[in-house]
Structures are given as structure tokens and as C-alpha cells.
Write a protein that binds this ligand. Sequence first.
Ligand SMILES: NC(=O)c1ccc[n+]([C@@H]2O[C@H](COP(=O)([O-])OP(=O)(O)OC[C@H]3O[C@@H](n4cnc5c(N)ncnc54)[C@H](O)[C@@H]3O)[C@@H](O)[C@H]2O)c1
Length: 258
Amino acid sequence: MGLLDGKVCMVSGAGQGLGRAVCLEMAGEGAEVVLLERNAATLKAVAAEIAAAGGKAHSFELDVTDYERYATVVDETISRLGRIDVLVNNAAINPATRTILTDTLEEWRRTIAINLEAVYMGSKLVAPHMVKLQGGRIIHIASIQGFASSGDCGAYNAAKGGIIAYTKSMAVELGPYGVLVNSVAPGFMATPMSIVNGVDEATTPEFQEWYVARRKIPLGRTGYPEDVSGTVIFLASGYCRYMTGQLLVVDGGLMSTF
Ligand SMILES: NC(=O)c1ccc[n+]([C@@H]2O[C@H](COP(=O)([O-])OP(=O)(O)OC[C@H]3O[C@@H](n4cnc5c(N)ncnc54)[C@H](O)[C@@H]3O)[C@@H](O)[C@H]2O)c1
């Protein structure tokens, strides 16, 4: 018996990092996983990994900002699988060092489009199907940068803060239909996103000195996708049934120090 037996779980940004870990874990818990990813090669690789482990995956190459195609993908999923029980809005970008003094309106809009507007649109396309079922889970992947800032990625922070606020508004609206909406805020995570200009941020001397040696991260290390994916599984599972509108911070304790 898996925690997600018989569930259809859709995950955006499934090709690497946290999305990949969530998909593998969901499939391992018995879900049929619907993988959304704009990178065809990584999409194929994750689907193959799931199949090799005996799980069920359905792949759709999709840029989440292509709303016409997103709608077709949702419709196809419903006609093939009959339902969507869980949506994980995970796809995002984090363009390096973008501040109000250095970025452009175009860059701001692109980050907001992928990291916030597509979260709205994906949820908007899937929620009516959950309402029809009188149940479902929508899980947004936010970030600690949605409520604290490193000072160098303004649009990313604004999008993540928006997700945290929107989680509450969606939870209030969809609660009467049995649809639970929560978000997860990872701290540092070792994924391709954390490689900035070819350097993994967790391997720099500054990171080691400040976050590890001085225990700014009380657990003394960066996080890995597998440290966060279990929280997503919990929110998708039957163990989460009286919690909605919440943000779960998974950061090794970073936000508990000053
Ligand atoms: N890595 C971190 O330190 C960290 C920290 C806090 C929060 N997060 C959040 O966790 C989530 C996963 O991040 P990650 O570190 O695994 O990132 P990642 O860059 O390793 O993976 C993101 C995936 O999303 C896909 N993607 C991006 N734009 C897309 C689009 N328009 N359409 C479809 N797919 C798209 C990418 O191709 C990639 O496969 C994101 O929401 C991110 O903001 C990451």
C-alpha cells in the first residue's frame, strides 16, 4: 500500500531538481504521475526512471506559460485518466542577480509570468475538475525568498511572496469543495537552479563559513530535493486532511535564526 495509491498527480517542472524528486517519490507511493516539463530530454529521462522503477508516468512537453497548450494537456489528462487529484506547481526560474537597479521590465515580466502567473493559470485549469470531484490538493512550491530576501532576485521574491498570499485566497475559495491548497517554502536546495555562473552556491567558501561553520543553518548543510519532496508527499496524502492555506518551511532551520 502506497500513500498515493490510485491518485493522479500532475507536477510541473518535472525534469530535474525538486520536480524530479517529487515525481519519483509520488510514483513510488502508487500514484500515476503526469509530468509537465519544457525540456524534452529531461522529461524523457525522468519518465524512464519512473518506468524502470515499476511506476506509471505520463509525459507532456509543456512550457507552462503556453496556456493554450496547458489547457489541452489538462483536457487530455482528464480524458485519458479521468481525474486529477493533485497538482504541484513547481516549475520556476531564478535568473541570477536581478535587482531593481539592474533588471529590465522585460526580465521582471518573464519571471513573474513563469513563477506566478503560470501558477495561477495551472491552478485555474485544474481546479474545476477537482471541484467536480469534491476533492483535491493543490501544492505550490514557494521559497523562503517569498518572505525574506538575499537582495538579489526581486522578481523571484515578488512571485514567491505572491504565491504565499494566493495560497490563502485559493484555500478559502476552494475549501468548501474539499480542495486543500498549501505551499512549501524550501530554503537552500542543491539543484541545477542553485548553480550560479557555473558555481554551486552551497560549495562556496562564504556558504561554508556563514551557513555551515557558524550554523546559520542549524542543521549545518544545504538541503537536497529529497529533503523537501517528503513534505510535498505529506500534503498530497491522506495524512493531510485538516490543513489548508498553510506554508510549510523546509530550510534546515535557517529562518529560525538571526
Ligand atoms: N533550488 C533552490 O535552492 C530552491 C530554493 C527555494 C525554492 N525553490 C523552488 O523549488 C522549485 C524547484 O526548483 P529547482 O531547484 O528544482 O529548480 P530547477 O531549475 O532545478 O528545476 C526547475 C524545472 O522547471 C522547469 N521549468 C522552468 N521553466 C519552465 C516553464 N516555463 N515551463 C515548464 N517547465 C519549466 C525547468 O526546465 C526545470 O526542469 C521552484 O519553484 C523553485 O523556485 C528552489
